[in-house]
Design a protein around this ligand. Structure first.
Ligand SMILES: [Zn+2]
Length: 462
């Protein structure tokens, strides 16, 4: 029996049963990275959390029945400035940064296109790039102007916020309050201080595209329009789930809703809106000025990706998370215990109900992890299956140990040869030779253990 999925919806501020528009194609969109620089550990949170939701949806509805689009923002002020600094095109810059992002999140156990998509079948995981969707943006912008929800002024196209009576419904900011609070100094081309840019003229040297709405000068899109364009192209006018970080609710998601609904004349853009909480580091907000700005790669230099993934999922996604060294150490010990318990077991065919039920309750990962702890003491095969659903324990204990050893760069053949030498020395009761071999192994970082049954095992420190 499939448990009922319940999700907390920012739109209604309630947790409710999830009903897909079409169970044969459950559609989810998440705002992805802006690829101008190495992604930081805060950027990893939505990627990991919504990867878990994607895995859960695939489990509940079937792998062929879930489509996930996670966009890549590959044009914006920071990207333009960085590319200009280096004297390269934005595509050259963002291709490089995107490749690094893929390596980073792949190491965090996040499903990638090659894990999900099958030749000859529709793509189930899509990573659309903003600059590949300029034509769709034009159609949206022109549709909004035609519908009386946008206007052209001084080479810009602006969304006419007061033309949408329920603007602010997602972020729960009533229009009149926002109007009263709007700053006095407003760009002269705006009719209302709340109006936002759909398209703007490019300055000299900035990337540019032909403009919509008969505007002569070349220009570039505002930020919000890209997600309306990409979600429409890949998921349709209305879809099931829209996800992102809590900082995106206003203005980004509010403006996406305004654009899509006013262009298509729909009541909703997405039925369910999910937002993950903030991440701070050792109790402080992460910032470059505080010097506690950590990239995903820096975390991965010190810890296996699996430890970082567990450390992220130990907190419920809506709660703020405090990223600490202590937390990472604890996560590392937790995984050691699970690997020890799972040993060489193959996973059960069925994912244990307790794990699925916990995740189906608005992705209650602390409860699901608690369930894995319980299974670690009772059933290695069930532990493997439950952990597998969450993207953990992809290897057996022996495979993990072999990987760990190979990551240290140790020459395994040399270790084996030394151990054979030591065995021979001990058999000949040549204790001095045996000690010399042991010292050589210690110098290599190898510690040797003589077991009660007469066998010898070895491990590598750290
Ligand atoms: Zn977005």
């Amino acid at each position: 029996m499939t448990p009922m999925l319940r999700l907390y919806n920012t739109l209604t501020r309630e947790k409710a049963a999830f009903t897909p528009i079409d169970p044969a194609n459950v559609r989810m969109y998440a705002c992805g990275p802006t690829v101008y620089d190495a992604a930081h550990i805060g950027n990893a949170r939505p990627i990991i959390v919504f990867d878990l939701l994607f895995r859960l949806l695939r489990h509940l509805y079937g792998e062929a029945h879930v489509t996930y689009a996670r966009n890549v923002t590959d044009v914006d002020d920071k990207i333009n400035a960085r590319a200009a600094e280096r004297g390269i095109t934005i595509r050259e810059l963002t291709d490089g940064t995107l490749a690094q992002f893929h390596t980073d999140v792949g190491d965090l156990g996040v499903l990638m296109a090659e894990d999900v998509n099958r030749a000859g079948e529709p793509a189930r995981f899509i990573e659309p790039r903003a600059t590949d969707h300029i034509a769709e943006m034009h159609r949206l912008i022109e549709g909004l102007v035609a519908a009386g929800h946008a206007y052209v002024a001084q080479g810009h196209v602006l969304f006419d916020v007061p033309s949408m009576p329920d603007y602010g419904a997602l972020s729960k900011r009533p229009l009149d309050e926002m109007e009263a609070g709007a700053r006095v100094e407003v760009a002269p081309y705006k009719r209302s201080p709340l109006d936002f840019v759909l398209w703007k003229p490019s300055k000299a040297g900035e990337p540019s595209w032909p403009s919509p709405c008969g505007i002569d000068a070349a220009g570039r899109p505002g930020w919000h329009i890209e997600c309306s364009a990409m979600s429409w192209k890949h998921l349709g006018q209305t879809f099931d789930i829209h996800a992102g970080g809590i900082d995106l609710i206003f203005p980004h998601h509010e403006n996406e809703v305004a654009q899509s609904r006013c262009c298509f004349g729909t009541d909703v853009m997405a039925n369910v809106w999910l937002h993950n909480g903030f991440l701070q580091v050792e109790g402080e907000k992460m910032s470059k000025s505080l010097g506690n700005f950590i990239t995903i790669r820096q975390v991965l230099d010190d810890w296996p990706g699996e430890v970082a993934r567990l450390n992220m999922l130990k907190s419920h996604y809506r709660q703020p998370i405090d990223w600490t060294l202590r937390g990472l150490e604890e996560s590392s010990r937790m995984l050691d215990r699970w690997y020890e318990a799972a040993g060489e077991a193959a996973p059960d065919a069925e994912v244990p109900a307790g794990v699925v039920e916990a995740l189906a309750d608005d992705l209650n990962t602390p409860a699901a992890i608690g369930e894995l702890h319980r299974l670690a003491g009772t059933s290695p095969a069930a532990l493997k299956a439950g952990a597998g659903l969450m993207g953990f324990l992809p290897r057996t204990k022996a495979q993990r140990e072999a990987e760990r050893v190979s990551a240290t760069g140790i020459d395994v053949a040399r270790v084996e040869a030394l151990l054979a030498e030591r065995k021979a020395a001990r058999a000949a009761k040549d204790w001095a030779a045996s000690d010399r071999v042991r010292d050589a192994l210690t110098a290599m970082g190898v510690s040797v253990k003589d077991n009660k049954d007469g066998s010898t095992t070895w491990t590598v420190a750290g």
